[in-house]
Structure formats: C-alpha cells, structure tokens
Design a protein. Structure first.
Lengths: 166, 146
C-alpha cells in the first residue's frame, strides 16, 4: 500500500513540478524562494497521501495550495517586495530585455488585488473555467464576467506602465 | 438576438460556450459589426495577456529530487537543540564539583565584631584589638595589636 502511494506521488511530482514552479514564479520572483514554496506544496501532498487521504484532482489541489502559499508569502514579504519591484531589473540571471519585460508584467500583476492576479495567472496557465472555479472559489457561472474585467484591468495596468517607462 | 455581453464574449473566446451559444453568437456576428469588433478587441486583449503572463515562465526548470520528509526529523532536532546546552551545563557542574574536592583556601574571610565603643581619637596601638585567626583545621590563633 505504501509503495503504491509513493509511486502515485512520484508521478504527480514529476508531472506537475514545472507547472507549479511557473505559477509560483509569477507571484514570487526569486528562484530560491519559489523552489522552497514548491517543495512545501509537494510535502503537503506527500503527507496527505501518506495518511491515506485521496486527492481527487491532484492538479487542482496543487494549484489551490500553491496559490494560498504564494499569497501568504506575499503578505509576509510585502514591504520587501515593494522595494524589490522598483529594482526588479537586477533580479534574475536572464538578459536585460527579457528581465525588463518580466518586471513590468510582475509590477502590473502586483497592482491588482490578490484574487485578481491569481485569476489572471490561472487563466494564463490555460485552465478551464471549471478548474478556475474550483481553485479560486469563484462561482462557475461568474468566471467569464470576472475574468473579462480582470483581463481589462491587467491590460490597463500594463499600458500605464509602458507609458510611464517609455 | 440582442448584443452579446462581456461575459459571454469572454466565454466564447475561451471555448467555454455550449454548441447552441456558439452558433447564436456566430449568427449575431454576421448581423452586428459592432459586436464583431468588440469580439476582435477582446480576443486581442486575452491573447496579449496570456502571452504577457507566459513571458514570466522559466524555460529551464530543473526538477530537484524530492526529499521524503522523515516523520520525526523536526522533533529529534528540537530535542538535540535542548539537550546540547543541558549536557554542557552538567559537564560544567561536574567540573566544578570535582574542583571542590581539591579546594584550597585562597581568600580570607573577615568577620568583624566590636563589642565595645572605640575611641577614634586614639591610635590603633592604644586600642585593645585582638585578631583571631582560624585555619582550615579549625585551630585558633590570637594576635594582639601593640
């Protein structure tokens, strides 16, 4: 029994690691912090499976836990983040042009409410409305409306930032 | 059909409409250039935002090997953190007590008792001062100031 749980876990881990990492990276720019959060998410899953609980939709479950952990992290490091976003350009190892573009997107996301940026990120991952509704708790029937507004808001913020910068 | 609202347009773009909704919308587009224009605008925003978000993806994510959490790793560590200073204190106490058995007196304990009044105007030699000294074996010697 233990072995099957472990096999199941390993499959979920290798199938979803990149996916989850990229979601975290959108909310937590630092690679090390992001990796820590992802590890934490999977430890939660491991412990759940170890106890013998079943996870019906592992991917949705992972997204849900990930999103919550990222929001918690954001709250803890809020003061931090504000300073970093101003100097976000020095942050990653990638070439400057890519970095600058990423920094702008991150800044635009940070200007939205938490729930809105989460929605936008999940949409960007190509999730269905049903999955989005399960993860965020937005009513299935309202996903289209909320999404439409959020995307317009994000686009506005991006445009404003482009205007400010160039 | 009346004009298509924002939510339905978004659903249409994201492929979340039913077959009937899809055909209704497409029919409406053929009669309503305004809605078709709104659709094109919304589609553009949706695509651009998806693209902007995916620009944050790291191309080369290395999957680390999962470290299986050991059940008591946290507890044993805590225990170690507590027991280490405790052991140090005990060792120190042992060291002290061992020293005590080979104790040699290095300091002088002075107990004063003055049972009469002193005339502070007289020199010390004219006062009746007696100094009693007890050594470690308890024998007493007396010294009289002259």
């Amino acid at each position: 029994l233990i072995k099957t749980h472990l096999d199941l876990f390993e499959k979920i881990y290798y199938d979803n690691y990149k996916l989850i990492f990229n979601v975290v990276k959108k909310m937590v720019p630092n690679d090390e912090d992001a990796a820590d959060i992802v590890q934490d998410v999977f430890i939660n899953l491991y412990q759940k499976l170890e106890k013998g609980s079943t996870v019906e939709y592992p991917r949705s479950w992972l997204y849900k836990v990930t999103v919550n952990k990222c929001i918690d992290f954001g709250k803890k490091h809020q003061r931090h983040e504000k300073i970093e976003s101003a100097s976000a350009l020095k942050y990653d190892e990638a070439p400057i042009e890519i970095n600058e573009k990423q920094a702008v997107v991150r800044l635009a996301l940070s200007r939205l409410k938490n729930s809105e940026s989460v929605l936008a990120i999940l949409y960007g991952e190509g999730l269905s409305y049903k999955e989005i509704s399960e993860i965020t708790g937005i009513k299935f029937a309202s996903v289209g409306k909320t999404l439409s507004r959020t995307l317009i808001k994000l686009e506005n913020e991006l445009r404003k930032l482009h205007y400010e910068m160039y | 059909m009346k004009c298509i609202d924002e939510a339905l347009l978004q659903k249409y773009i994201d492929g979340e409409c039913s077959g009937k909704e899809n055909s209704d919308i497409e029919n409406h587009f053929s009669n309503c250039p305004e809605c078709k224009f709104r659709y094109a605008e919304k589609l553009k925003i949706s695509m651009e935002m998806k693209q902007a978000l995916s620009s944050l993806n790291s191309g080369n994510v290395v999957i680390p090997k999962f470290k299986i959490p050991t059940k008591h790793s946290g507890k044993t560590r805590k225990l170690f953190i507590i027991s280490l200073p405790a052991a140090c204190i005990m060792l120190f106490a042992l060291f002290l007590s061992k020293n005590k058995t080979e104790f040699t007196q290095e300091e002088l304990i002075v107990v004063e008792s003055i049972p009469w009044e002193i005339d502070a105007n007289l020199p010390a030699s004219e006062q009746d001062f007696v100094i009693e000294v007890f050594d470690e074996k308890g024998s007493r010697s007396e010294y009289i100031l002259e």
